[in-house]
Design a protein around this ligand. Structure first.
Ligand SMILES: [Fe+2]
Length: 379
């Protein structure tokens, strides 16, 4: 072979190789997978935001944010294997943000991939009486189609926070968590989601989200509300939380205290029923330290109690709300002496906090009916 011919062949091979590489990149980009972008807080909601999204296992990522996307923060990969699925989350926490402010952001990874542009809003500073809105939903538990249909309605509420009260899936598989996140994808890119663990959520629930503290129980201040996120998985865990809960409530100086967990303390539902161990270990602290509202799921039907104190109806007591499933499995309403309102339909709830008044509304997802509407005033 003459030397010139060899050189020509080398150039052709190199060009073919370059073309193959170019097209393989194009294929990766064209067959993109769901990035399952979601926002939450690991620290102060007024000055931080945590973003999680999926990437190829070896990819590196950044979040660009702020005016002209001039600021950026690098993400940390979090990799694990669930069955045959290799999972890689990119997790980035943005800090030093201004309270009650909207920030635009976009994500980039080295695959290469770039997200659309989204935005999030930080919380008002702790103690501020700025009005805000939160949505609660719960127990989708396999009803992903129903949740997907409810998602645009939830998005249209323009809530500042999404609170999910547990039981995401049926089997706690990675595939099901992915389906859950995909069903609400249009909301999760812009509104932070905080949740509590339900009884069907396995240990891998903790891999899907980023929360403060041990992620099983924690508290957050959003404006003038102190939110308690509690775990009612097992009686032992409820007992274990008591010293933490006492300390947290003692240190709180926000006027509103709203507690939430998966299982009910009081309620009439018989499908799963309330748990006496919650009453025995927490309710005296709730009553002593001014908890106004306890929110839970688990029952797959809706119920709001009259205010209760010392096990009796008392206008200075705590309102207990069991929100229904936002999926497709729901049960008939049950009413007893403590029931102010009950409905056997799937729903989500919208709460508007306006200084010393909280307005609540339960919206049925089957026919957009109003299942309940009420007002709480600061005592
Ligand atoms: Fe449950």
């Amino acid at each position: 072979m003459r030397r010139g011919q060899g050189k020509k062949r080398l150039i052709v091979v190199a060009a073919l190789l370059a073309l193959t590489l170019f097209f393989s990149f194009t294929v990766v980009a064209a067959e993109d997978f769901p990035r399952l972008i979601h926002l939450s807080w690991q620290n102060d909601p007024a000055s931080t935001m945590t973003i999680m999204w999926r990437s190829e296992p070896e990819a590196e990522g950044i979040v660009e944010y702020g005016e002209d996307f001039a600021q950026s923060v690098q993400s940390e990969p979090f990799r694990y294997r669930f069955g045959r699925t290799q999972v890689c989350w990119q997790i980035a926490e943005i800090t030093d943000l201004e309270p009650n402010s909207t920030y635009h952001y976009r994500l980039k990874t080295s695959e290469p991939w770039e997200s659309e542009e989204y935005s999030f809003k930080t919380a008002p500073a702790k103690g501020e009486e700025t009005s805000f809105k939160f949505v609660i939903f719960s127990d989708v538990q396999g009803g992903y189609e129903a949740f997907q249909q409810a998602a645009p309605k939830i998005k249209a509420e323009n809530a500042d926070i999404l609170l999910y009260l547990g039981d995401f899936t049926r089997s706690s598989s990675q595939e099901e968590y992915d389906l859950w996140l995909e069903s609400g994808a249009t909301i999760f890119t812009d509104v932070p989601l905080m949740s509590v663990r339900g009884n069907v959520d396995g240990p891998n629930y903790l891999d899907q989200f980023a929360f403060p503290g041990n992620e099983r129980w924690f508290s957050l201040d959003y404006g003038n509300v102190h939110f308690l996120f509690l775990s009612t998985m097992l009686e032992d865990e409820v007992i274990e939380q008591r010293p933490w809960l006492l300390n947290d409530l003692k240190e709180n100086d926000n006027p509103w205290v709203i507690a939430m967990a998966h299982k009910p303390a009081f309620g009439s539902g018989s499908q799963n029923g309330p748990e006496q161990y919650i009453v025995d270990n927490w309710v005296d602290l709730f009553e002593e330290y001014g908890v106004a509202l306890y929110l839970n799921g688990h029952e797959h039907s809706y119920e709001r109690t009259f205010p209760l104190k010392g096990g009796e109806i008392d206008e200075k007591g705590i309102t207990y709300i069991t929100t229904s499933s936002t999926g497709d499995e729901f049960y008939p309403a049950v009413r007893t002496w403590l029931t102010a309102q009950a409905e056997g339909e799937p729903c989500y709830m919208v709460f508007t906090v306006e200084g010393s008044v909280i307005h609540g509304i339960a919206k049925g997802t089957l026919d957009d009916s109003i299942l309940d509407e009420f007002e709480l005033k600061l005592r």
